[in-house]
Design a protein around this ligand. Structure first.
Ligand code: G6P
Ligand code: MG
Length: 212
């Protein structure tokens, strides 16, 4: 069987990671503490709820249940405001070309993202029709590094776990792929993503043969 490719969304296909960061930073600042890009590495790939727990821990702040929920709503409102204008120009270098060459080879393609906004973003960047399966934050209950999102994607594609290649920009996502027993290509820094099987700065110039 041909291998299948499972792509994370934020920071792999589209440059939304910076907007998540800006919205979390704005929330942290509104709660009276700062939140740096360095701290943000821990949040990449992590669900909205788990991200807020981590941020509150970093800021030494506690919220009651109602305040916690309100903070989640505020963060998502700001995030949606930031991404209102996004379009295909925010697709990361080479990602669209790589996706279509994978499909041309007859390989199956899934999305494996923690985001509940994934379908909205794929629509805006006009890539929704490139996926055979979409597993997003609305379909999973366990946050990366739990392998649930990638295991569900393999199941929806009907491809064995050992034939799946995951593309991830987040430490938690690389761990989730490893925990699923899949091969993982890190997109980003080789220092940060040192648990990936190999790491590339982006998809520019990457061919399917290179990956296989
Ligand atoms: C992705 C991003 C995270 C984000 C999470 C939830 O994995 O890397 O930064 O917190 O999705 O996204 P959402 O759009 O549901 O808030
Ligand atoms: Mg990501």
């Amino acid at each position: 069987m041909k291998p299948a490719c499972i792509f994370d969304l934020d920071g792999v296909i589209v440059d939304t990671a910076k907007y998540h960061y800006l919205a979390w930073k704005r929330l942290a600042n509104s709660l009276g503490f700062d939140f740096t890009e360095h701290d943000n590495e821990q949040l990449k790939g992590v669900s909205r709820i788990e991200s807020l727990k981590l941020i509150l821990h970093l800021g030494g702040k506690e919220l009651d249940a109602a305040e916690f929920d309100a903070a989640l709503v505020r963060k998502n409102g700001w995030y949606l405001e930031y991404i209102q204008q996004i379009g295909p120009e925010e697709i990361l270098p080479g990602a669209a070309e790589f996706l279509s060459s994978v499909r041309e080879q007859g390989m199956k393609v899934a999305l494996g993202s923690a985001s509940k906004n994934a379908v909205l973003i794929l629509e805006r960047i006009q890539l929704l029709d490139q996926f055979d399966a979409i597993v997003d934050g609305n379909k999973v209950s366990k946050a990366k590094p739990d392998p649930e999102v990638f295991l569900k994607a393999a199941e929806e594609l009907a491809v064995p776990v050992s034939d799946c290649i995951v593309f991830e920009d987040a430490v938690a996502g690389v761990q989730a792929a490893r925990n699923a027993g899949m091969k993982v290509v890190g997109i980003g820094s080789a220092v940060v993503l040192d648990q990936a099987h190999f790491v590339l700065p982006n998809f520019a110039g990457l061919s399917v043969a290179d990956v296989l």
